[in-house]
Design a protein around this ligand. Structure first.
Ligand code: AMP
Length: 593
C-alpha cells in the first residue's frame, strides 16, 4: 500500500524528507542487512544509495516469492514472433534453472564483480542468464543480438567479460541469422579474450561448438544449484550501453539496492500493479525497458512478465493479453503506429483484464495516443525515460487514489518522486530549454559510467555548476508540474532566431489520417539560418493520401508561415536506431550533403 493518496502529498514527502521517503520505499525489498541510510555522497562526488545494506537482487526476484507462496505462479511467458514458439515458466522452475545456471557459471570461474556479456535475442534463457549473474553478484552486460562484429567487439573491449553468452541465431523477421560470423569477427577483433563462450542452441540454426572454448547453455544449467550471494547495495548489478541516440555508446552502470527499490516502487506507483498481476512489455531485453520491465520490476514485484522476441503484430498482442490476463501493456510509439496500421478498420473488444497501456522511448503524437485509447478502450499514457535513469523521470501515477489530470493525458506527465527538473533556457526569459535534473537523482538511476574497467562519476552529464544532471532533452514545465517534451536538444530548429521543435510541426502533420509517421529536421537556410524539412510516411492502404501542399497549409494555419516549411518528402520509411527510434540526425545529415 502506498502511504500517500495524492501527487502533492507524495512529492512533498520526497522533497522535504527524502531519507525517510526512500527508507520507507526500501521496505518493499528483502535485505540481508537492511539500510540505515538512504543517499550518501561518494568519494568521487557522485551518489550511492543504501550504503551499508546488503541484498541479492535475484533472491528478491525469485527465491522470496517461491518461499512466500508464489512457487506455482507463472513468472515468465515468452513468445517468439519469429518461430511462433511459446513457453511459460513458474517461479519455482525459473529459480531452479537460474540457480543451476549460476552453478555452471561459477564452475567456469565467474564470481562477484566479474562481467558477463550476454548477446542474445529476447528469450527465457536471456532472463535466466541475467538473473544467474545477479545471483552470483556478477555484472551482466546485455548487448542487442543484432549488432555486427565490430560493435560487439567494442563492447567486449569496454567491459572485458570473463564469459560471453550467445544464442546460435537470432531472427530478422522470420529469417534466422546465424550468430557465429558476428561472434567470430568480434572475438578476432577484440583485444580482450573471454575465457569461455556459452551457446544456446536453437533448433532453427544450431552451431558447432568449439572444443575448449564453447559450452552448451542447457548442459551448464544442470550444474549443482548455488544460493544467492549477498552484495552491497551499491555493488553493480549490470552495465547497459546507451543506444547511441545520444552520441557514442556509454556503459551505464546500475547498482543493486537503489535499482530494486525504485523498480518495486514504480510498479505500484506508476503502473498501478499488484503482486499476481501480469505485465507485458514489447521491448527487447537488450534495451533498458526490457531490463527494467521485462525482467526485474515484474519479478521483484511478484508479477507475471510477458516478453516477446521480435516485433509483435496487433493480433499477437491482443492474443497474448487475453491468454495471459495482462493488466499492463508497455510498448513504444513505433509499435503503436504499426498496430494502428494493421488495425485501422478493425476494432475488436478490448482484452478484459487489460487496465492501462504505457508508451515511452520517443515522441508520441496526440493523434496516435487518441487512436490507441479508442482502439483499446483503456487509458493510454506516454512517459519519459532514459537508459541512464532506468525508470520513468516523468509519469502518470496509476497507483495514487486521485485520477490523473485529464489535461495531461497527451503529455509525458509529472516528475516521479526524487526527480527535480528545472529548465535551462537557451535565451534568457524563454519558457523552454534543456531539462536539467537537480542532484542527487533518485535511486535506480545511473550509479556511474563504466570506463577503463571501473565505475566513474558521470561527469559528462553534469552542467557547469556540477549541481544538475543534463538530460539533453528540451522541454518546458508548467505550473501544475507537468513537463512538456520538445525533443532532443540538438533537434531544435532555429528559424530567424526563433526556436521551434520539430515535434511541434510533426504533431500537426500527424493529424492527417493517412500519415503513418513523420520526422521534421532542420536544414541550413541562407535567409533564416535554419528552416524545417519534413519526411512523411503514408500509411499503406491509405484511401486519400495528402499532398505536400495540404500538409504545409495545415502547419501554416496552426503555427504561421514563419517556420518556412516548404519541403515535404514522402518516403517509404524513416531511418531508425536498432531500438526502433527515428534518427532525425541521420535525416538532417543526409539533407545537408
Ligand atoms: P534511450 O536512452 O536510448 O532509451 O533514449 C532516451 C531518449 O529517448 C530520451 O532522452 C528522449 O530523447 C527520448 N524519449 C524517451 N521517452 C520519451 C517520451 N516519452 N517522449 C519523447 N521522447 C522520449
Amino acid at each position: 500500500m502506498l502511504p500517500w493518496t495524492t501527487y502533492e502529498a507524495m512529492t512533498a514527502a520526497a522533497l522535504t524528507q527524502p531519507e525517510t521517503f526512500w527508507l520507507e520505499a526500501a521496505q518493499r525489498i528483502t535485505w540481508k542487512q537492511p539500510p540505515a541510510t538512504a543517499c550518501r555522497v561518494r568519494k568521487d562526488g557522485w551518489y550511492d544509495w543504501f550504503t551499508g545494506a546488503t541484498l541479492n537482487t535475484c533472491h528478491n526476484a525469485l527465491d522470496r516469492h517461491v518461499e512466500n507462496g508464489r512457487a506455482d505462479q507463472t513468472a515468465l511467458v515468452w513468445h517468439s514472433c519469429a518461430t511462433k514458439e511459446q513457453q511459460s515458466i513458474t517461479y519455482e522452475a525459473l529459480q531452479g534453472r537460474v540457480a543451476g545456471f549460476a552453478g555452471g557459471l561459477r564452475a567456469l570461474g565467474v564470481g562477484k564483480g566479474d562481467r558477463v556479456l550476454i548477446s542474445m535475442p529476447t528469450m527465457i534463457e536471456t532472463a535466466i542468464a541475467m538473473l544467474a549473474c545477479a545471483r552470483l553478484g556478477a555484472v551482466h552486460v546485455v548487448v542487442f543480438a543484432g549488432y555486427a562484429g565490430p560493435e560487439l567487439a567494442a563492447r567486449i573491449d569496454d567491459v572485458a567479460p570473463k564469459v560471453i553468452i550467445t544464442a546460435s541465431c537470432s531472427f530478422q523477421g522470420r529469417t534466422a541469422i546465424s550468430s557465429t560470423p558476428a561472434l567470430q569477427e568480434a572475438l578476432a577483433r577484440a583485444t580482450h579474450t573471454a575465457q569461455a563462450c556459452i551457446i544456446v542452441q536453437r533448433a532453427a540454426c544450431p552451431t558447432r561448438l568449439m572444443a575448449g572454448r564453447d559450452y552448451d547453455f542447457h548442459t551448464l544449467e544442470l550444474a549443482a544449484p548455488v544460493p544467492p550471494v549477498p552484495v552491497m547495495a551499491e555493488d553493480p548489478l549490470y552495465i547497459l550501453h546507451t543506444s547511441g541516440t545520444t552520441g557514442k555508446a556509454k556503459g551505464i552502470v546500475r547498482d543493486n539496492g537503489g535499482h530494486a527499490v525504485a523498480l518495486a516502487l514504480s510498479m505500484e506507483l506508476v503502473y498501478g500493479c499488484q503482486p499476481g498481476d501480469t505485465f507485458f512489455t514489447t521491448s527487447d531485453l537488450g534495451w533498458v525497458v526490457g531490463h527494467s520491465y521485462g525482467v526485474y520490476a515484474p519479478l521483484i514485484s511478484g508479477c507475471t512478465s510477458v516478453i516477446v522476441e521480435g516485433s509483435a503484430s496487433a493480433s499477437t498482442i491482443r492474443t497474448l493479453c487475453a491468454e495471459h490476463a495482462v493488466t499492463c501493456l508497455f510498448t513504444t510509439p513505433t509499435q503503436m503506429r504499426l498496430i494502428r496500421q494493421e488495425s485501422r478498420h478493425i476494432c475488436p473488444p478490448a482484452p478484459p483484464t487489460l487496465a492501462r497501456i504505457f508508451v515511452a522511448g520517443e515522441y508520441a503524437d496526440p493523434t496516435l495516443l487518441d487512436w490507441a485509447r479508442s482502439y483499446f478502450q483503456r487509458p493510454v499514457v506516454n512517459h519519459w525515460w532514459q537508459t541512464e535513469t532506468g525508470w520513468s523521470i516523468t509519469a502518470h501515477f496509476f497507483g495514487l487514489h486521485e485520477p490523473e489530470p485529464t489535461n495531461l493525458a497527451n503529455e509525458i506527465g509529472r516528475p516521479a518522486p526524487g526527480f527535480r527538473p528545472v529548465i535551462a533556457p537557451a535565451l534568457p526569459g524563454e519558457p523552454c530549454g534543456e531539462i536539467m535534473l537537480a542532484l542527487p537523482l533518485p535511486p535506480g538511476c545511473l550509479a556511474g559510467v563504466w570506463r577503463e574497467h571501473s565505475i566513474h562519476a558521470p561527469d559528462l552529464y553534469l552542467d557547469d555548476t556540477g549541481q544538475y544532471y543534463r538530460s539533453f532533452d528540451e522541454g518546458m514545465i508548467d505550473t501544475d508540474h507537468a513537463v512538456r517534451m520538445l525533443g532532443r536538444s540538438d533537434d531544435v530548429i532555429k528559424v530567424s532566431g526563433r526556436r521551434i521543435s520539430g515535434i511541434q510541426i510533426e504533431k500537426i502533420i500527424a493529424i492527417h489520417p493517412a500519415v503513418h509517421s513523420c520526422a521534421v529536421v532542420a536544414v541550413a537556410d541562407t535567409l533564416r539560418g535554419q528552416r524545417p524539412v519534413a519526411y512523411v510516411v503514408i500509411d499503406t492502404g491509405a484511401d486519400t493520401p495528402p499532398t505536400a501542399d495540404d500538409l504545409i497549409t495545415e502547419v501554416n494555419k496552426t503555427l504561421g508561415r514563419w517556420t518556412g516549411l516548404r519541403d515535404i518528402h514522402f518516403v517509404e520509411a524513416l531511418p531508425t536506431t536498432k531500438s526502433g527510434k527515428i534518427t532525425r540526425k541521420a535525416l538532417a545529415t543526409a539533407q545537408s550533403l
